[in-house]
Design a protein around this ligand. Sequence first.
Ligand SMILES: NC(=O)C1=CN([C@@H]2O[C@H](COP(=O)(O)OP(=O)(O)OC[C@H]3O[C@@H](n4cnc5c(N)ncnc54)[C@H](OP(=O)(O)O)[C@@H]3O)[C@@H](O)[C@H]2O)C=CC1
Ligand SMILES: [Mg+2]
Length: 348
Amino acid sequence: MLRCVRLLPAAVVTRTFSRCCSSSYVARMRFMNKLKEDEGACLAALDSGDVFLYHTLAPLLRKTQQGGVQLPLLPAKDVEGILNRLGRDGRSMVKESVLITCTEQNHALFCLDVGELDQGAVEEACEGNFVDLRKAFFILRGEEAPLVARGQALLRWHQGNGFCSASGQPTTRNQAGSQRVCHSNGLVYYPKMSPVIITLVSDGKRCLLARQASFPRGMYSALAGFCDMGETMEETLRREVAEEVGLEVGAVRYSGSQHWPFPQSSFMVACHATVAPSNAQLDVDHAELEDARWFTLEEIRAALKARTPPRNPPDQPPTIWVPPAYAVAHRLIREWAEDQERHGDGKR
Ligand SMILES: NC(=O)C1=CN([C@@H]2O[C@H](COP(=O)(O)OP(=O)(O)OC[C@H]3O[C@@H](n4cnc5c(N)ncnc54)[C@H](OP(=O)(O)O)[C@@H]3O)[C@@H](O)[C@H]2O)C=CC1
Ligand SMILES: [Mg+2]
């Protein structure tokens, strides 16, 4: 949990993403592209830009006066000053920031991991707390969750790709942090994502949710699996459903996609799939899944309404709940429930 924090000192100005974001998409994308290609322009954008912080990949969050939680965006110059006061070379450290996004007014947003510093000292100086990213997904709203997801994924990628896998020599990053190069052989490395297909299977009246033993107590989600090399999206979907619950799916419908920072950055492609009611007998692979079962619309409505994560005493049966609103699994489950309410038997 976040501790209470004092009000910010007047010198530390912060912004929130929603306040500094506006809408000209083309101008924004072209400016971002320039920052990835032009080292000088990127450094200038950093000097006038904002930074949000991580400590060992946990984002810094701050309580708002209204009782909510926000991602504080600190002017890069202020971060430099804070790091200097904590005994580091603030300028050099801030230059390690990674570009995340920018506004139409060419105001750039970067992130930085200060994991080499004492966590408590940074928290005190920045008036916030570093929070595990999975917990942050439960408390951040709107545009902030994808920002912290992207930031963590990029920082993790840089931390794990300091050396060329062909030559063993160190790699160097560009100023934006959008690539790393091995100067001994010219190999260029780009941030990597693994494709994952996530599927909500329905038999027309019920939908299928499953849980792995590692999930938090009571949480169920849609079936997911990594793509094997050479597979199409449909092939992965059919294989994963067959492997995990022993079903052969019929029609498949694409729903949407999302970047997911776990375990090492996944590109989630979300689909709905159907099975005939006569073909809905489950044969669960318990090496992969602790449980998988069909849920009625009533059960899904209750799971969508459950406080997340629920606070059940351990001696009571767990409340069933689903991943937080930001997760694409939540979107699939909500879409299914809405579809049932419109077209199925699920009268309110
Ligand atoms: N955003 C969302 O709404 C949701 C996201 N997810 C994400 O989807 C991901 C995939 O789901 P999951 O059911 O675990 O996948 P799988 O069913 O494919 O099982 C995971 C296993 O696949 C193997 N594997 C194959 N390729 C990879 C790879 N590129 N990276 C890691 N492991 C690989 C590993 O086995 P081994 O260790 O034996 O090598 C791993 O333990 C999860 O990591 C989870 O973060 C899941 C549900 C909801
Ligand atoms: Mg799986």
